[in-house]
Design a protein around this ligand. Structure first.
Ligand code: ZN
Length: 512
């Protein structure tokens, strides 16, 4: 680094109060110009002293908007450090029939160091209240906003929660109390359309060979989980991704499918898309909400490009709301059909599957040369998978009464759980554990477990107190996806339910 660059770096550190971003002003000017003619008056832009607005500043701002009769401010619970978590419902009762309105849910800052989502959501609130175009949306849409999902992380400017969990790896095991609060709120709202706004770190050592950084403004993370209703999966593309991409194209913002880097025989591999009920995109889609997670280019950048990052979140939210407002009955129909299909479903369910790999291309950014790099990569695509273990859909699952955390989680995930009032006999398929491998590495404070099982047909008499989850309910797809023992983010893998080689699992399939 030459002296000039060193001074520039030092100046940035001092002026922004955050770690030095690896992106030069030249790169920023060339590829990531601030939106012209857009002035944000959301909390962090009213407090430009560096970093982002505090909880108190955000709440003061929200309360000023909550004076509007169209805004209903409530609190869904307290964070671990004692902050009340706000939920805003934006609705205009003077327009449209409530039952015909599409419920759109927007969530920001589930990872505490990704603040653009919060600002973008609050900019969307002002758009709905003050802009004539935005006000019209409320004739067919009710908007629910949790602009600060992980307040403790947000205040500490760290990804994790106060209890040091990654809240977007915790949506099936539900270990963190904040995850439980958020999941309960989500299930109670029962949105038709849901957006989870994140930011990604474009500067990773894995990208050194292609210039050092990811180029795109936004990365879409649609779910490829095979147990998600097909109509929901298609609607994610038609009612979220496509309209958002069109809106980005209009302003010259670039986009791609979300990926994490990996290597396949030494070749850069982009692990694309979502497949894990541990994270919002798949978890929400398994509950029959048309939902997606979108990542904005921003982690590690402090206030750099903050207008553009906020604008990316705002344009995305606006595009999704406009699309919902133009197609309320279609969206209502898709969700109703998905619920009905789930209740009546007969098709086999996926217990284990893996993403296929094929060659592809992606654009990266050479930070030194300030040039884009077109790279040949391998794509490992969650939306293109091979089934490894498929089973007939059971009539129900029985869970031993002693598995209290599993039963509590199922309820939090929106499932109705029947507790047997007297012992009862069913035709069953029990799982006998044939392999039991516990990971050496600690991940999210657990050593995950991988099992193989034999499915043993028979008949069992279950004691009074046994929990039964019938599959003829609208959230059944999430039950399947956490209860099948081999499932990647299921209860056995995440040690919600313990399993040992040779043992019969306390989860059992009821087939008749
Ligand atoms: Zn994130």
């Amino acid at each position: 680094m030459n002296t000039k660059a060193l001074f520039a770096a030092l100046f940035m550190m001092l002026s922004s109060g955050v770690a030095y971003s690896q992106q030069s002003q030249l790169v920023t000017d060339k590829f990531y110009s601030a939106p012209s003619g857009v002035v944000f008056s959301t909390p962090s832009f009213l407090h430009p002293e560096g970093g982002h607005a505090t909880y108190a500043q955000v709440m003061e701002w929200i309360e000023s908007r909550a004076k509007d009769s169209r805004v209903d401010l409530s609190f869904i619970g307290k964070s671990t450090n004692g902050y009340d978590i706000p939920l805003l419902k934006v609705s205009d009762p003077s327009m449209g029939k409530p039952s015909k309105k599409v419920k759109v849910f927007l969530q920001g800052v589930l990872h505490g160091n990704e603040p653009a989502g919060t600002e973008g959501i609050l900019a969307t609130l002002d758009y709905l209240l003050k802009d004539t175009e935005g006000q019209k949306i409320l004739s067919s849409v009710d908007v629910y906003m949790i602009p600060m999902a992980n307040i403790d992380g947000y205040m500490a400017d760290t990804r994790a929660s106060a209890d040091k969990y990654d809240l977007n790896r915790d949506q099936s095991k539900l270990t963190d109390r904040v995850s439980i609060i958020l999941k309960k709120a989500f299930m109670e709202i029962d949105p038709d359309v849901a957006l989870d706004l994140h930011e990604f770190n474009p500067f990773k050592a894995d990208f050194k060979e292609v210039g050092g950084a990811i180029y795109y403004d936004a990365l879409f993370l649609p779910t490829g989980h095979p147990n998600v209703d097909k109509g929901i999966r298609d609607a994610v593309i038609d009612y979220i991704r496509k309209p958002a991409e069109e809106a980005f194209d209009k302003v010259g913002y670039t986009h791609y499918t979300y990926f994490t880097p990996a290597k396949t025989d030494g070749k850069l591999t982009l692990v694309c898309g979502a497949r894990s009920p541990q994270s919002s995109s798949t978890s929400w889609s398994l509950s029959n909400a048309i939902s997606i997670l979108v990542e904005i280019r921003g982690i590690g950048m402090g206030r750099q490009c903050f207008e553009r990052r906020t604008n990316t979140a705002f344009i995305l939210s606006k595009a999704v709301l406009q699309k919902a407002a133009s197609n309320p009955s279609e969206i209502k129909k898709i969700v109703a059909r998905a619920n009905k299909n789930t209740i009546k479903a007969k098709a086999p369910v996926a217990a284990l599957f893996h993403s296929n790999i094929y060659p592809g291309k992606a654009t990266f950014l050479d930070l030194e040369k300030a040039q884009t790099v077109e790279a040949d990569v391998l794509i490992k695509d969650a939306l293109d998978y091979t089934m490894d273990i498929q089973r007939a859909r059971p009539k129900a699952y029985a869970i031993d009464a002693s598995e209290t955390k599993a039963i509590e989680n199922l309820r939090t995930l929106g499932l109705e759980v029947e507790i047997l009032k007297e012992s009862k006999t069913f035709s069953t398929e029990s799982y006998t554990v044939t392999e039991d491998v516990v990971a050496d590495k600690v991940w999210e404070k657990i050593n995950t477990r991988t099992v193989s099982v034999d499915v043993v047909k028979g008949s069992r008499t279950f004691d009074k107190g046994t929990a039964i989850v019938w599959m003829n309910q609208q959230n059944a797809n999430i039950a399947v996806s956490v209860l099948e023992p081999e499932a990647e983010n299921g209860f056995v893998t995440f040690r919600v339910v313990e399993a040992r080689k040779g043992q019969t699992l306390p989860i059992c399939r009821i087939v008749k």
